[in-house]
Ligand binder design. Sequence first.
Ligand SMILES: [Zn+2]
Length: 215
Amino acid sequence: MTKQRLDPRDTLIRHAAVFHARGWMAGTAGNLSARADDGVWITASGRSKGALSRADFVRLAPDGTPASPKGRTAAKTAAPAPRPSAESGIHLAIYRLFPEARACYHVHTVESNLAARLGTTDWLPLPALEMLKGFGLAPSDLPVAAPVFDNLDRVADIAHDIERRFAAEPPALPVLLIRNHGLTTWGPDMEAAFNHVELAEYVFRYLVVARLLRL
Ligand SMILES: [Zn+2]
C-alpha cells in the first residue's frame, strides 16, 4: 500500500483538474476524498472542480462532521466557510465498509449513466475485458457485474442502501453506479482511485459503443 501523505489536497486538486478537463466533473459536479491521519479530506460543495485550491476542501471527522478548518488561514476572508460535499455520506459509507480504502472518487460521466441503463435494476454485467485486471481481478473471477443503486432524493438514503447491500454482499470490484447520476470507485490510495475511475470509464464507454454497434 502506498503511504498516504499527511495532506492529500494537492493530489486531489490535480486529479479533479484531469477529470474536469475530460468532462467527468463538469461544473461543480462530483467529489473526491482521501483519508489522512487527521480525518477525511473531501472537496467542498459548489466549487468548480477545474479550479480547486487548498481552501476548497473540508476535513471531516470519522463521524462525518467537519473537523477544525486546518489549512484555512485564520486571516480574514470574505469567502464563506466551505461546506463538505453533499455526497459526503457516500464516501464515509465506503470508508466504513472497506477499511483498506484510503481514497474515494465520485464522478458524473455520460458513459456511466448510459451504461447503467443496459443492465438490470441492481446489476450491470461487465464485458470480460483485459482492463478489468486493473481492478485486481483474475480471469477466474470473471464474469463480474457492477452494482447499481437508485438515485434517491436523500443522499443519506443512497449511502444507507450502499452500506446495507455491501455489508451483506461485498462487490467483486471497487465500483458502484448510481442510476442517472454517476460512478463511485475507491482504492488503497489516490493513484489507485484515479486509475479505477479511468478503468471504469473505459469499460462503460466500451459497453455504450458496443450497444451502438449492435455487438
Ligand atoms: Zn454526484
